[in-house]
Design a protein around this ligand. Structure first.
Ligand SMILES: Nc1ncnc2c1ncn2[C@@H]1O[C@H](COP(=O)(O)OP(=O)(O)OP(=O)(O)O)[C@@H](O)[C@H]1O
Length: 589
């Protein structure tokens, strides 16, 4: 599509980031050896918007920042920065074709950041950034830090030093302007009193604000902030919100921030982009994103230490999956699963994995300060609590090079998949009863199951054919003894468990019976890439179905990992009869 066509087809009712993007990240890929930190990522940042880039640890957020700000050269992709209104597609096409780095026109200017070194990105393209780990000149005073930021204009005005020595008027004027600007931002950030103190002597929150003041001194059009709220107490977080809104509203500076503090994100963001495993899983308004099941799953359907010991969060997960939990029969079976008890589990556990997690991140997020905000909804939660666990590089590599399963999962277009999940879940219906409802019967090859009468109360997703592979056999209700706590399988968090239950998967032996076809089907049905390969679920389920334990299940049972079922092992539903038999034979992992 040429530029003209593109411009004509812009929908004027489209969101700001589509109509007037200050930044377009297009098909960005960043590889580190075999690891794909960011894969074919595209998103836009609206002019004058606050845009949040969020996602679990290791999702690729900082890598995106590093590509945008010139610290990394992307492996592939284009990063377009625009001064002046509109998409300026013609200019973008021209610069791209010409091999130039930027081009000015009567409409403004466009810059291809992937072609520019970092100092040009800050001083020409006017993209400023702060860092996850504060990088100030600790020995310099607060004011000096802000003057150094304006080094470029001062050097130009001084004729590259001689003017400064001679005290030329141009230099004096530039110096005065630089000081005025520094004082202005010191006032806005409440740091005037500290202007002559060494930056390193400032408390942490002040240093964070000083970094923002320093970035603002280069007169950016786009301000990139890497975890600006990390380590701030609630009062400081509130002040930060005010400062960022001020920067947006009074200076018309667009802000792109990486932030784990969902209180900050949801309160101030006009637009939220969610990454997981280096790919975009959601993109829209804060309201849209926070109720997007894929986002909930990315944050909560996690492998370990998912920090979800908040009843409010679990209740939201319940709600989301209840939406998909369709039929009245489904609802009644849900009540037999005691969602309220599940929701209360976090409270009952009294665990503080958030504190544990934050401490593992060092001084970045003091747990005590993060515990205070009152959670409102899934992602309006108290900051670090909703932050999922760090992931192991190994699983990252496997995500980068998908197995058959995950590849299948990702072949489902996210939006479509999400819809499909809802609508198909809404069409769950019982088929003709059959004689056996035993776990082993579920292991039957799918073709057989289709030909033969379905098992008693089998759940069949109406448009099962839309998914690849073979729908695993599910039953409407768990067997006697109740459902297994599927979250004892590493990789099945509460969100996944609920979706599996909606599919009629209640027991470890059902999962243990999955073959490739069922695994693929489930991967697509869940509609988001898993953190842990589904094959790994099957392996674990085999052990657990026999009454054995895995390292992870032990941690769940000890109460070290938040789970959908409160209490310790004793609170688990008893294994099925078949499982007990297996245990009796000594089937331990
Ligand atoms: N220079 C590098 N060399 C090799 N791997 C890297 C490099 N930088 C990042 N990675 C890897 O890329 C992946 C994404 O990392 P990145 O820091 O971008 O994630 P993130 O979303 O910012 O995480 P966090 O929230 O923990 O800061 C991780 O697996 C990380 O280990």
């Amino acid at each position: 599509m040429n530029a003209e066509t593109t411009m004509k087809t812009i929908d004027q009712t489209a969101p700001n980031w589509e109509r007037d993007p200050v930044l377009s990240v297009q098909h960005l890929t960043m590889r580190f050896g075999g690891l794909v930190a960011v894969g074919d990522l595209s998103f836009e940042v609206g002019r004058g918007d606050i845009t949040a880039l969020i996602g679990p640890n290791g999702a690729g957020k900082t890598t995106v920042f590093n590509c945008v700000t010139g610290f990394y050269k992307p492996t592939e992709g284009r990063v377009v920065m625009r001064h002046g209104p509109g998409r300026q597609d013609e200019a973008v096409d021209e610069v791209t074709a010409s091999g130039l780095r930027w081009k000015s026109s009567d409409k403004g200017a466009v810059f291809l950041l992937e072609r520019m070194p970092d100092h040009e990105i800050s001083h020409k393209a006017k993209v400023a950034r702060t860092f996850q780990n504060i990088r100030l000149f600790g020995g310099m005073t607060v004011l000096e830090n802000l003057l150094v930021a304006q080094h470029n204009p001062l050097m130009v005005a001084s004729g590259f030093s001689i003017g400064g020595i001679l005290g030329l008027p141009s230099y004096r004027n530039a110096q005065k302007e630089a000081i005025d600007k520094a004082i202005y931002w010191l006032e806005r950030t409440n740091l005037v009193e500290r202007a002559d103190d060494p930056a390193a002597d400032l408390p942490y929150g002040d240093q964070r604000r000083l970094e923002i003041a320093r970035a603002m001194c280069i007169g950016p059009q786009l301000l990139c902030l890497d975890e600006p709220a990390a380590g701030l107490n609630p009062r400081e977080s509130a002040e930060l919100n005010g400062l960022l809104k001020y920067i947006r509203d009074e200076h018309n500076v667009s802000v792109l921030l990486i932030e784990h503090d969902m209180g900050v994100v949801m309160e101030i963001s006009d637009h939220v982009v969610v990454l997981d495993y280096g790919v975009k899983i959601s993109d829209g308004s804060a309201d849209f994103v926070k109720s997007d099941p894929k986002v909930i799953a990315a944050y909560l359907g996690v492998d370990e230490e998912s920090e979800i010991d908040m009843p409010e969060v679990l209740e939201d997960v319940e709600k989301v999956v209840e939406e998909a939990d369709t039929t009245k029969a489904g609802k009644s079976s849900a009540s037999s699963r005691k969602p309220a008890a599940k929701a209360g589990s976090g409270k009952a556990s009294g665990k503080t994995p958030a504190a544990k997690k934050t401490s593992s991140r060092g001084a970045k997020v003091p747990a005590a300060s993060k515990a205070e905000p009152v959670p409102q909804g899934l992602l309006d939660t108290g900051t670090a609590k909703a932050k999922p666990a760090a992931r192991k590089p190994a699983s990252r590599v496997s995500a980068a090079k998908p197995t058959g399963t995950s590849a299948t999962a990702t072949t489902v277009k996210p939006a479509a998949a999400s819809k499909a999940t809802k609508s198909t879940a809404a069409q769950i219906k019982a088929e003709k009863p059959a004689k056996s409802a035993s776990g082993t019967a579920r292991a039957k090859p799918a073709a057989k199951a289709k030909v033969a009468a379905p098992a008693a109360s089998e759940i069949k997703i109406a448009d099962a054919g839309n998914y690849p592979g073979q729908q695993p056999h599910g039953t409407k209700k768990p067997r006697a003894g109740g459902a297994n706590n599927l979250t004892r399988v590493k990789g099945i968090g509460p969100a996944n468990e609920k979706k599996l239950n909606a599919l009629g998967i209640w027991h470890f032996d059902q999962i243990a019976a999955w073959k490739k076809a069922e695994i693929e089907w489930v991967g697509a049905y869940l509609s988001f890439p898993g953190r842990i390969d589904r094959e790994e679920w099957v392996k674990q389920a085999k052990v657990l179905a026999k009454g054995g334990e895995t390292e992870f299940s032990k941690r769940v049972d000890r109460g070290d990992v938040p789970t959908s079922v409160p209490g310790k092992r004793g609170a688990q539903p008893k294994p099925s009869t078949g499982s007990r038999k297996a245990t009796g034979k000594g089937g331990k992992a």
